[in-house]
Design a protein around this ligand. Structure first.
Ligand code: BDR
Ligand code: CA
Length: 307
């Protein structure tokens, strides 16, 4: 059984990722942490609570970071709606959060069950970076880590080079990619944009279903700029690849996040050097970074069937 801590900014595709995980056999969501990103953290937290109630997920929800480590808060209501669920969030949740912060929850749970828990991070990485400050052994304490973020060989979705989750907190993302996680997989736009769910997928959902309602707003956004019906299931694909790594192929490399580029802040960069390390002409990504797997192709049909 895979036991997962989810760190998320729900967010429409985050919500769909929770649906996906909830439906999988041998999979347990043990805790949820919320973070700023698609919407302010209070809005994301209310949605996480609503979803745990609606989907009968018996996991504590902890409130996470309200802002990035080193830049102002920026949100994406144009993609996810003011309420983060396309105007369909509905009634206030009836349950409440734990007293720990999301970073404390992550650090504490990892300490309590060393090697037993995996992390799926589908929002900006602020909480994970803060948890590393609380517990520097986090990379040794967690089993598998899957992060949704990055645009390595394709354009970004915020700037030409930066994908939203990394752009929302570049410093945090860079800390996490350099922290030494042994089993780290990055699921970026290279595979998510190529896994577009067509209009027929949406139409196959029951008319009155909550998911169909909240996906409408998100699909309208994607339709307006892609010019075709449907939507891009970023976070659900990361969840699927976490449970079934064979759904994707990968490049293995060392990765960092560009923090100072005038046009490229928030971009993921790969080591890619083919000479022995230590070029005299510029700065390489340090070999002290452990390698991660970056997904470059995914089995879209198998994934969309499951979803
Ligand atoms: C990522 O950014 C957010 O809009 C989505 O929830 C996803 O995690 C895609 O770039
Ligand atoms: Ca997300």
């Amino acid at each position: 059984c895979m036991r997962i801590i989810v760190d998320a900014d729900p967010g429409i595709d985050d919500a769909l990722a929770l649906y996906y995980l909830r439906a999988q056999p041998d999979t347990e969501i043990v805790a949820i942490g919320t973070v700023h990103g698609n919407v302010p953290v209070e809005v994301a937290t209310a949605n996480a609570l609503r979803l745990t109630e609606r989907l009968n997920i018996e996991a504590p929800v902890a409130v996470g970071a309200a802002k990035p480590l080193a830049q102002p808060l920026m949100t994406a209501e144009n993609v996810h709606g003011e309420d983060g669920l396309g105007g369909c969030a509905g009634d206030d949740p009836t349950t409440s959060c734990t007293s720990e912060s999301a970073a404390e929850q992550l650090a504490n749970r990892a300490r309590q069950e060393p090697g037993e828990l995996s992390l799926l991070a589908i929002g900006p990485l602020t909480n994970v970076a803060l948890a590393l400050q609380i517990e520097p052994r986090l990379p040794q304490l967690l089993d598998k880590v899957v992060v949704m973020g990055g645009a390595l060989n394709v354009p970004g979705n915020i700037t030409s080079y930066a994908e939203a989750n990394f752009w929302h907190d570049p410093e945090a993302a860079d800390l996490v990619l350099g922290a030494g996680f042994e089993d780290l997989t990055i699921v970026g736009l290279d595979v998510t944009m190529a896994s577009h769910a067509p209009g027929e997928w949406l139409e196959a959902l029951p008319h009155e279903s909550y998911a169909r309602q909240f996906l409408r707003f998100y699909a309208d956004f994607y339709e307006s700029f892609l010019g075709k019906a449907g939507f891009v299931p970023h976070d659900p694909l990361a969840a699927a690849i976490m449970l079934q790594p064979h759904l994707a192929t990968y490049v293995e490399d060392r990765f960092a996040i560009e923090l100072t580029g005038r046009y490229t802040r928030g971009a993921i960069v790969a080591d890619r050097r083919f000479l022995a390390e230590g070029s005299p002409f510029g700065r390489d990504i340090g070999t002290e970074r452990t390698k991660a797997k970056y997904a470059v192709t995914a089995d879209k049909d198998a994934f969309l069937d499951q979803l």
